[in-house]
Design a protein around this ligand. Sequence first.
Ligand code: ZN
Ligand code: ZN
Ligand code: ZN
Ligand code: ZN
Length: 261
Amino acid sequence: MQDVTMMGMEVFNCLACYLPLRPPIYQCSVGHFICCSCHDKLPAEERKCSTCSAAISQRCYGMERVVDGILLPCKHGCKKKIAYHHRAEHESNQCRNRPYVCPVSGCRFSGTNAQLLDHFTARHKWKTKRFVYSVAFDLQVQPGYHLLRGGDGRVFLLNMAPPESLGHAVSLVSVKPIARGHVIRCSVGFSRFSGHYQVTWLELGSLSRSDGMLAECFFVVPKVSNGGVMLNITIDDGKLYEEDHDDDNYKDWEDEEVTYD
Ligand SMILES: [Zn+2]
Ligand SMILES: [Zn+2]
Ligand SMILES: [Zn+2]
Ligand SMILES: [Zn+2]
């Protein structure tokens, strides 16, 4: 196994589609390499090398072993070594260090989770509302993004879409990933002239990493003509009393004393 840099890696690209070669790999009689999908696209009688027109005749097992053995460092610094032909997939979809993308359409910001949080307040000027877990709080119904910060430093992103026929679609996610087995739930209620509405307890997810998508919208607030609707939100952290939190990502954030009772 060989660790190499990206310099000169083009020699491991398919000569027809320029993508990294991955097994199975074919070659012409002169030794030009072509990937399996380019090979399979050609009708059997026209399997000619795109570089020299010699017939593409055989699989090249030697090259397959070579490309599987060339390991590159991940650009996100996750310490994994990845085969050249698997690197793009790892870096954009699998790496646990891959950057977060701002969910605002047209905003191309990407960065670490902590940088994304800074970006929300510094660039988009979204207001942060502090709340105490398990204690209901009100939020004015107003389209746009709202940041909700719990006493442990965890920040939630609430997005309220402008009203459509049914009302405002509202989604709420944790910005920081929620560990497996850690359940954070949310209950949302709102009042309007025709009565009081309560959404049952829902389990919250976290912000998706690579596409910046929020979780699918999970509740709808009916639109009203006379305004003045308040959301009444309660967020309950199932693990709050069970263990210490790892809040290294948030050490730059101002800490405040919160008492839970
Ligand atoms: Zn190809
Ligand atoms: Zn050739
Ligand atoms: Zn990685
Ligand atoms: Zn942004």
